[in-house]
Design a protein around this ligand. Structure first.
Ligand code: NAP
Ligand code: F7E
Length: 324
């Protein structure tokens, strides 16, 4: 039975990837950081099948110890300070975890067992102020936030360790991917959750920033499959993972509110607090390399994704569960 280590197992992607690896027969070790309140809600349904181990991307020693103790064949580095807006408030912390954290993981692999295969969670935010449409693996980066800059560092240090030490390290340049497990601060979940509250009479407005931003939004459950496929290849490489379609925040609102027989224009209030110091206006990926080499393709359309999220939030609220 192969062993996989997931950093960021309590996050959106970590939970879907853990499910996938368990289905594939892996022993799944999840690294979790110590928090004063438990935050295992996304993995509660599979917690019994996981081995959770304390560690932190800012703590090199913890990474080395985990690799020595569990001897994984595969490491999926999903942990990061992943919220773009917060990266302006905490730029140094974001750099430490999201950028240098990658070096710590790579170096732990180099020291403990350089045969371990590693996945790095790169991001379409690296393209930022895009210089080419659609964006592909060869498109130059122009990050527009401390988060984007940190991810560019993580991307290049992964390539550097691959070339310097011959590590089997691959980066997935993943475009935005969402699900009912998305954090409430991201725009898609913020919309689906607040729209559901409005429908149920629990709220009467939705405060948002820039409605014109366009993103290539896919379903997280599809995207974790691409991560796994990358590590099954003989040769490590980098892949864009995207749907190839772009939609604006306004179009997301259209589908979400229409699904609830509501008109978002009656509820949405534009709020300066949610505008960013520098915006990424348009992202759309070209996933043809992932299709060709990995046989990967998305299975959930934009409209299906929006409706899935709205339905899940309606259910959550009707059940009286606390949204997290
Ligand atoms: P997420 O829901 O924010 O999860 C982030 C995970 O990282 C959480 O488990 C978090 O733990 C953990 N973490 C944060 N700081 C840590 C630290 N110092 N040490 C150890 N763990 C730490 O993010 P996601 O959406 O699943 O994304 C997964 C990865 O893909 C991230 O690296 C993200 O930047 C990247 N990415 C995401 C997207 C997307 O659209 N979702 C697209 C491209 C790339 P806590 O639960 O304790 O906070
Ligand atoms: O913003 C606009 C906002 O925070 C999307 C992360 O997973 O994907 C994610 O980063 C767009 C931006 O995601 C609000 O200005 C308008 O243009 O949902 P988001 P993101 O910044 O694209 C990438 C690929 C990652 O790698 C990241 O880890 O929506 N927007 N009004 C708003 N955004 C938020 N959050 N809140 C608003 O009220």
């Amino acid at each position: 039975m192969p062993t996989a280590l997931i950093t960021g197992v309590t996050g959106q992607d970590g939970s879907y990837l853990a499910e996938l690896l368990l289905q594939q027969g892996y022993r799944v070790v999840g690294m979790v950081r110590r928090t004063s309140t438990l935050n295992f809600h996304r993995i509660a349904h599979i917690q019994e099948q996981l081995e959770l181990v304390p560690g932190d991307l800012s703590d090199q020693v913890s990474l080395i110890h985990i690799l020595e103790e569990y001897q994984p064949e595969e490491v999926y580095n999903l942990a990061a300070q992943s919220f773009v807006q917060t990266s302006w408030n905490q730029p140094v912390f974001t750099g430490d975890v999201t950028a240098l954290g990658v070096t710590r993981v790579l170096d732990a692999i180099r020291i403990v067992n350089p045969r371990i295969r590693m996945y790095q969670a790169s991001s379409s935010e690296m393209f930022g102020k895009v210089v080419e449409v659609p964006q592909k693996e060869t498109t130059p980066f122009y990050p527009r936030s401390p988060y984007g800059v940190a991810k560019v560092y993580g991307h290049w240090i992964t390539i550097n360790y691959r070339e310097s030490y011959n590590l089997h390290a691959s980066s997935g340049i993943l475009f935005n991917h969402e699900s009912p497990r998305r954090g409430l601060e991201f725009v898609t979940r913020k919309i689906s959750h607040q729209a559901a509250k409005i429908k149920l009479g629990l709220a009467n407005e939705l405060r948002l920033g820039n409605l014109d931003a366009r993103r290539d939004w896919g379903f997280a459950g599809d995207y974790v499959r691409a991560m796994w496929l990358m590590l099954q290849r003989d040769t490590p490489d980098d892949y864009v993972v995207a749907t190839g379609e772009t939609h604006s925040v306004e179009q997301f609102l259209d589908v979400a509110f229409e699904h609830l027989d509501l008109d978002w224009r009656e509820y949405v209030v534009q709020d300066e607090r949610f505008m960013r110091p520098a915006e990424v206006d348009l992202l759309v990926g070209d996933p043809s390399k992932a299709g060709r080499d990995l046989g990967w393709e998305p299975t959930v359309s934009f409209a299906e994704l929006v409706r899935m999220m709205v339905d899940a939030d309606l259910q959550l609220l009707r059940d009286g569960a606390i949204a997290v």
